[in-house]
Write a protein that binds this ligand. Structure first.
Ligand code: SF4
Ligand code: SF4
Length: 77
């Protein structure tokens, strides 16, 4: 079956194996601090993305010192 991808439905995901946790982050949780939409919160010492608030500006992706954040398209169809 052919898959159709809508970029507007992409999600921001954080790889917990790459993320060192807020305490050990070189940017001290930079992703949380930098997000203008308050779309990343701290959850048990790790950042958690609230995708409903996210506008996919990608600031967190380009600034994470560990390259732990990426954008994943949601496949539909
Ligand atoms: S900026 Fe990167 S390493 Fe730091 S807390 Fe966020 S995801 Fe983890
Ligand atoms: S892409 Fe932008 S709005 Fe979405 S979580 Fe990252 S910094 Fe926040």
């Amino acid at each position: 079956m052919q898959k159709i991808t809508f970029r507007g439905w992409s999600m921001i995901v954080i790889n917990r194996e790459k993320c060192s946790g807020v305490e050990n982050c070189a940017g001290k949780g930079l992703c949380i601090l930098i997000c203008e939409k308050d779309a990343i919160i701290e959850d048990n010492g790790f950042p958690l993305v609230i995708n409903d608030k996210c506008d996919n500006c990608r600031l967190c992706i380009s600034n994470c010192p560990n390259g732990a954040i990426s954008e994943v398209d949601t496949d539909v169809g």
